[in-house]
Ligand binder design. Structure first.
Ligand code: ATP
Ligand code: MG
Length: 399
């Protein structure tokens, strides 16, 4: 067993000693079987949340109504969730009520895909009633039970299928695929934030192009914010070599490919319920990408964009052009390195100097003069020294 599971074994033992069953479940078991690194382990138990709280002295109620209690164990924390079913669904979104049960198998049965429906005991033995291991060996995503029913119960599972295609490079089993097509419209019932969370994982996955293709081919894209009317441009995205683009770069590329205008970007991203900070970052990069498609970098533009934003834009420029980025990013960095100042703060002359020199009160003229000084310093027309700038200003027809 991997160390991350081993350190949780005492937690399972303690629950068993108290007379309950406890297992590792969910994504951690899937990733273990896949031979991938496991970030955190989930534990499922026959003990009710109250019983879990009696067993462990230190716990936190996080999602107690869903049966989850966080157990604090030394310096580690574990999410311990009571076996449950979610039989009744209201409006295809959320189970009307969670019923706690004592049977592991019933708990595994309500899980979305067979690869996610395995459990592992403290000895490292796999409990796999739905052949999740086989699905993993065959690199297949298939629902536990009737795909149509499972997607009808909770339409988010369709987005989860697509993001697992992206993350794991698996393919969707035939019946499950057919059910995606049939149930795609159900996605409209799901809260956008939950869709976005899955979509962002999809955008970051290694296999993102086939996952995007799946969204297009199954019709799921039609129920994603602002994509319905954009099938053709979306398809263009598949032709690009996306290499190592980051999340904000992927969002920016999406906006660019869809031909979203600068002033429409905010509305688009707000529909996806992205946080303000991310929206701002994407808008900035988008505008520099459009700049870059018109012109090469100059001292002034790289200064204004700042290095990080310029690199994002340059990566995307190369993606759009279908050319490798390494060299041009190196050149961009070198250009940035040659900047005499990286920020206006570094100018050796400020507004107060100008007012004193000219014995004038502040006003727009100060900003205008500082702008021209900044530009001259950047372009090497004058050295960034107070006296030199003063001489340059008043002895060389600068007024
Ligand atoms: P990740 O590695 O990205 O966390 P995960 O499979 O662990 O992937 P989680 O959202 O953490 O995803 O969910 C944990 C487990 O809960 C899943 O493996 C699955 O068994 C079950 N699960 C999660 N979401 C659903 C859902 N919508 N319907 C049914 N089961 C679900
Ligand atoms: Mg998980």
């Amino acid at each position: 067993m991997m160390p991350i599971f081993l350190s949780a074994v005492p937690v399972l033992k303690k629950m068993e000693d108290a007379g309950f069953e406890a297992y590792f479940v969910g994504g951690s078991v899937r990733d273990f079987v896949l031979g991938k690194e496991v970030a955190d382990v989930d534990i499922a138990t026959s003990a009710t949340p109250q019983e879990v709280k009696q067993i462990f002295p230190k716990t936190v109620d996080v999602g107690i109504e869903h049966g989850t209690v966080v157990v604090i164990w030394g310096k580690d924390t574990y999410e311990v969730t009571t076996f449950r079913t979610e039989s009744e669904y209201i409006d295809f979104r959320r189970p009307a009520e969670v019923t706690f049960i004592r049977s592991l198998e019933e708990d595994l049965k309500r899980r979305d895909f067979t690869m996610n429906s395995m459990a592992m005991d403290k000895e490292g033995r796999l409990i796999d009633p739905f052949s999740g291991r086989e699905a993993i060996q065959n690199k297949i995503i298939e629902t536990v039970g009737s795909a149509s029913e499972r997607f009808h119960e909770d339409a988010l599972r369709m987005m989860r299928a697509a993001r697992f295609v992206s993350q794991l490079s698996f393919t969707v089993e035939r019946n499950t695929y057919q059910a995606l097509i049939e149930n795609a419209p159900m996605l409209a019932k799901i809260a956008v934030e939950r869709i976005t969370a899955e979509f962002e994982k999809l955008l970051l996955g290694e296999n993102r192009c086939p996952a995007l293709k799946l969204l297009i081919d199954t019709g799921l894209y039609q129920y994603l914010p602002h994509l319905r009317e954009n099938k053709a441009p979306l398809t263009k995205l598949l032709e690009l070599e996306l290499g190592s683009l980051s999340l904000i770069e992927m969002w920016t590329l999406l906006l660019y490919i869809l031909g979203i205008k600068q002033e429409e970007a905010e509305v688009f991203l707000k529909q996806w319920k992205l946080p303000v900070k991310k929206i701002k970052a994407v808008k900035g990069i988008l505008s520099w990408l459009r700049f870059r498609l018109q012109s090469a970098w100059s001292l002034e533009s790289v200064y204004e964009a700042k290095l990080a934003q310029a690199i994002h834009a340059e990566k995307l420029y190369n993606t759009v052009k279908g050319q490798p980025a390494a060299l041009s990013i190196e050149a961009l960095k070198q250009l940035y390195d040659t900047l005499v100042i990286k920020d206006r703060q570094e100018l050796k002359v400020g507004g107060y100097d100008l007012m004193e020199w000219e014995k004038r009160r502040g006003g727009l003229w100060v900003k205008e003069k500082l702008d021209s000084i900044e530009k001259a310093v950047l372009n090497g027309e004058v050295q960034n020294e107070k006296e030199t700038i003063r001489e340059w200003l008043y002895k060389c027809n600068q007024n």
